[in-house]
Ligand binder design. Structure first.
Ligand code: NAP
Length: 266
């Protein structure tokens, strides 16, 4: 399948690392001109450079999306070379805290970064898509929205909010040529996940090497039909499909990419 994103301009928030990086690279490989975004200058520029080295088109914008001013500046800078047709709301974070350690401030900060940041970008960029009659908004949600764990409740709740707002946006955009959908990852192996799992492995008797640790960690933490963590490229592939014209009739949908971790029939 050729997704043919040539002529489209895509902003992937939080693409200096992890799932966003993989997504920016795949959208560029499918022909989109990609705006790579992050706060860390070196990592952001490294991703853009890797895209250009591979023959793709990439520029960079830096900024914190957690403030109105920061988000406005990111939107302004991202549209200097032309309007944005594809917005991937991916930037986000969590701290691995328990119910008792998650203070009201922690809840507020997590909601602001993980939910309101995406809303800010929607408000800046979707009106232009609507005027031009074509656009794609992809929200990165997560399995913890539907099947939350007892830990990091402040984070689980932000994923649920992302799923909810993306569907509301889809209904708002009816008959405009702009769609809004969710890609919902299970547990995907990014640097921070591997570091965390490797750190807690000895105390849990999971082994020493990643080959030993992975099956045990999967069995205990994220039992799924494939016996492994997901890969960032597997998330990127679902995002890329939703960005294409093949997905024109898909709106307000959630594509789960979780190896069967989420035990829901639909
Ligand atoms: N990995 C998973 O298993 C998984 C599962 C479900 C959902 N998700 C979601 O997928 C998204 C990406 O996760 P990841 O695992 O790839 O994380 P990651 O490797 O930590 O990358 C996070 C990205 O978000 C950016 N970011 C964080 N806070 C920001 C802020 N205030 N303003 C602007 N940018 C900010 C970071 O930019 P800088 O580092 O440059 O500052 C970085 O590019 C997150 O929203 C996460 O909730 C991940």
């Amino acid at each position: 399948m050729k997704l043919d994103l040539i002529g489209k301009r895509a902003l992937v928030t939080g693409s200096s690392a992890g799932l966003g990086e993989a997504t920016a690279k795949l959208l560029a490989a499918e022909g989109a001109a990609v705006v790579v975004h992050g706060r860390d200058k070196r990592r952001t520029e490294d991703v853009a450079e890797a895209i250009r080295q591979a023959g793709g088109s990439a520029t960079t914008v830096l900024g914190d999306l957690a403030t109105d001013e920061g988000a406005a500046e990111v939107a302004r800078a991202a549209t200097v070379d032309g309007p944005i047709d594809i917005l991937v709301n991916n930037a986000g974070f969590y701290r691995h805290v328990s119910w008792s350690d998650a203070s009201p401030e922690e809840w507020n900060e997590t909601y602001n970064v993980n939910v309101v940041s995406g809303v800010r970008m929607i408000k800046h960029l979707v009106p232009g898509m609507r005027e031009r009659g074509w656009g794609r908004v992809i929200t990165i949600g997560g399995g913890l929205a539907l099947q939350p764990m007892n830990t990091h409740p402040q984070y689980n709740a932000t994923l649920a909010a992302r799923h909810n707002l993306a569907v509301s946006l889809a209904r708002e955009l009816r008959n405009t040529g702009v769609t809004s959908n969710v890609v919902s990852p299970g547990a995907i192996l990014v640097e921070a996940t591997k570091e965390f799992v490797t750190r807690i492995a000895p105390a849990r008797g999971w082994g020493e090497t990643w080959e030993e640790i992975q099956p045990n960690a999967v069995e205990e933490l994220i039992p799924n039909d494939h016996g492994r963590f997901g890969k960032p490229d597997e998330i990127a592939a679902a995002v890329a499909y939703l960005c294409s014209n093949y997905a024109e009739y898909v709106s307000g949908a959630t594509i789960r990419v979780d190896g069967g971790l989420i035990r829901s029939a639909f």
